[in-house]
Structures are given as structure tokens and as C-alpha cells.
Design a protein around this ligand. Structure first.
Ligand code: HEC
Length: 191
């Protein structure tokens, strides 16, 4: 009984000390309470920088796929190494004539196409008709992978600086575009 009373008193002392700490050092309490809030803010911050579509599908095609595919197609019958650099290559608007020009431009455009496959997978991409792009359709995913593979094949071909290899890679890129267009770029758009 005596022991119980002692234990009870000790417990009271501890509780009192805790309460006093909070009274004497209110900022400690504030910090302790702020912690969970900070933790729950972290996923929200990650979410705000999560990948999300900015343009519609047509705009994505015009801004990234069209231009970069043309750089690849160029090497089918013209030598990228023979392209004259701009007078001011750091300001060149033609990638083939810039500081990263010639074969480097072929490599870069190939990478852009392979990387664009990721953009074609974003779930919130809209089509020009206002409908969501059919990114969950298994066929769509197959064609996206076709584009990624074609981009990587073009990259490998560009590294060899061999125009015959670029001819094959261009064919693979063109086929990757056409496969998806045949199926999904109908009169009704994206269907
Ligand atoms: C996974 C499917 C897919 C792939 C791969 C694809 N496209 Fe497209 N593309 C579409 C669809 C769907 C549209 C129509 C989009 C719309 O109406 O919003 C389109 C539209 C276009 C347009 C028309 C833009 C306009 O202003 O009308 C161009 C140009 C284009 N694509 C170029 C390419 C090129 C070049 C490639 C290959 C390097 C390619 N696309 C690969 C699905 C694809």
C-alpha cells in the first residue's frame, strides 16, 4: 500500500513536471505539435511537383515529336556531319547547325523521342477534342513502347555515325509514329 502511494506520488510529480515544461517552454509544445503538420506537408509538396500534362496531345506532337523526328529523318539521305555550323552556333535555331550539331544533334533528337514516350504516358493528357488521351489502352501502351524503342535504336545508330544505320532507324521511327496514328489518330481524334 505504501509502495502504491509512493508510485502514485511519483507519477503525479512526473505529470506536473511535464505540464510545467509546457508552461515554461511553450515553444517546445508548439514544435511538438508542428511536427505532424510538417510531416503531412511533405507528401503534398511532392505532389505539387509530380509529373502532369501541360499541353494537349496535338501540341505535344508539334512541339517535341514532329521536330525531333525530322532531325532523325534528315540523316536518311544527308550527312549530318556536312551541315555547316551557324555563324553563332550557340544561338542556332536549327539543332543540326548549333553547338550540339551534326551527329550530336542526331543523338539528342533520338533521346528526345525516347524520352517523349514518358510524356505520352501521363494520365491527364488531353486530346484536341477535349477527351482524355487513351493512355490506359494496352494498344496505346504498345505503340508508346514502340516509340521508345525506335528512339533508342536511333540513338545507337547515331552513335555509329553510319547513314545506312540511320536509314533503318528512321524507318523504325516513322513506323512507330504511323502505327499509333493508324489506330488512334482518326477523324474523331484520339479514338
Ligand atoms: C502513342 C500514340 C502516338 C505516337 C507514338 C505518335 N503519335 Fe502523333 N498523334 C497521336 C494522336 C492521337 C494524334 C492526334 C492528337 C489530337 O488530336 O489531339 C497525333 C497527332 C500528331 C500530329 C498532328 C498535330 C496537328 O497539329 O494536327 C503530328 C504532326 C504528329 N502526331 C507527329 C508524330 C510523330 C512525328 C510521331 C513519331 C515520332 C508521332 N506523332 C507518334 C498519337 C501518336
Amino acid at each position: 500500500m505504501k509502495l502504491r502511494l509512493m508510485t502514485f506520488l511519483a507519477l503525479c510529480l512526473v505529470l506536473l513536471a511535464c505540464a510545467l515544461t509546457n508552461v515554461l517552454f511553450p515553444e517546445r509544445l508548439a514544435n511538438a505539435q508542428a511536427k505532424p503538420a510538417q510531416n503531412s506537408a511533405a507528401p503534398a509538396a511532392a505532389k505539387s511537383s509530380a509529373p502532369r500534362a501541360v499541353s494537349d496531345l496535338n501540341q505535344l506532337m508539334r512541339s517535341i515529336l514532329f521536330n525531333n523526328a525530322n532531325v532523325i529523318f534528315f540523316a536518311q539521305n544527308e550527312d549530318p556531319a556536312a551541315v555547316k555550323r551557324d555563324a553563332k552556333p550557340s544561338g542556332a535555331t536549327d539543332p543540326l547547325a548549333g553547338v550540339y550539331g551534326g551527329w550530336a544533334a542526331e543523338e539528342n533528337s533520338a533521346m528526345a523521342l525516347a524520352e517523349a514516350a514518358n510524356l505520352l504516358n501521363l494520365p491527364d493528357r488531353m486530346c484536341s477534342n477535349g477527351k482524355t488521351a487513351p493512355v490506359n489502352d494496352p494498344e496505346w501502351q504498345k505503340y508508346v513502347e514502340g516509340l521508345r524503342a525506335a528512339g533508342l535504336a536511333a540513338y545507337q545508330a547515331a552513335q555509329t555515325k553510319n547513314m545506312d544505320k540511320m536509314l533503318d532507324a528512321s524507318d523504325q521511327v516513322g513506323t512507330a509514329c504511323l502505327n499509333c496514328h493508324d489506330r488512334f489518330r482518326q477523324r474523331t481524334r484520339c479514338e
